[in-house]
Design a protein around this ligand. Structure first.
Ligand SMILES: Nc1ncnc2c1ncn2[C@@H]1O[C@H](COP(=O)(O)OP(=O)(O)O)[C@@H](O)[C@H]1O
Ligand SMILES: [Mg+2]
Length: 235
């Protein structure tokens, strides 16, 4: 379980997170929703040690992560798939995966085979440069690169950004599958509330750096006020 407790983060005078607390249950998908600028990316960066909170702590199964170096947070099992995917365009699919596998627990061949099983299209394209992949395939590559290190927690920052609805639906399906077959804990950050709420168990809504809702995903999905004011889901 990931526990965020009273976290505040500022960039100079800009207060990006204000006293944010939430829990992401082990083996479940927790969606973190909110408009552009709500603080979603900052939250993930704080969990993975890339941003330092002014106050508050992040812990994982009672181990305090706050204050640890990012590389140590990766080692204890937190994988972060950044916004914009961050794959290296000039490298092939397999070269990108090998970079992620530097701390993989077992033999490289097995680790690669596992990723190609989850994402068959990456296996078909393993010799192709990442630049030649579609947006959805690049997102899969970014996910596989994080997964190959064998994390127990995966932080996904807007995986659906720029993808067609059908591609997004397939990607969400894969995330849900991974979570249910491997017991992976997922924190899914999305502006695309509708897609995320379909697969998440719980949903936290951020608005200007504050938590304005934290409930079962089905409850958030039905809340007209939240949908209208914070999620932009006007029918
Ligand atoms: N590196 C930065 N320097 C200054 N302000 C930042 C920086 N990153 C984010 N912010 C500000 O912090 C707030 C939260 O941003 P962010 O966490 O990226 O939100 P989201 O991912 O929900 O769009 C916004 O007001 C944004 O402009
Ligand atoms: Mg963001």
């Amino acid at each position: 379980m990931i526990r965020v407790d009273g976290v505040s983060v500022a960039y100079g005078a800009v207060q990006a997170l204000r006293d944010v607390s939430l829990e992401a249950a082990t083996g479940a998908i927790t969606a973190v929703l909110g408009a552009n600028g709500a603080g979603k990316t900052t939250l993930l960066r704080t969990i993975s040690g890339l941003a330092t909170p002014r106050s508050g702590t992040v812990s994982m199964d009672e181990v305090v992560l706050t204050g640890k170096r990012t590389e140590d947070i990766v080692r204890v099992g937190v994988g972060h798939v950044p916004e914009g995917r961050g794959v290296i365009a000039e490298f092939t699919v397999e070269e990108n995966l090998r970079l992620g596998a530097m701390i993989a627990p077992g033999p490289l061949g097995e680790a690669l085979a596992q990723q190609y099983e989850w994402f068959p299209v990456l296996g078909e394209r393993r010799k192709q440069a990442a630049a030649t992949l579609s947006g959805g395939e690049r997102q899969m590559l970014a996910m596989a690169r994080a997964l190959i290190a064998g994390p127990s927690v995966l932080l996904l920052d807007e995986p659906s950004l720029g993808l067609a609805p059908l591609v997004t639906a397939q990607l969400m399906h894969t995330v849900a599958d991974l979570c249910s077959t491997t017991g992976l804990t997922v924190i899914l950050v999305e502006q695309n509330a509708r897609s995320a709420l379909r697969i998440a168990e719980r949903a936290v809504v951020l608005y200007l750096g504050r938590v304005v809702a934290d409930d079962e995903a089905a409850v958030v999905a039905r809340d007209d006020q939240l949908r209208q004011y914070y999620l932009g889901m006007v029918e």
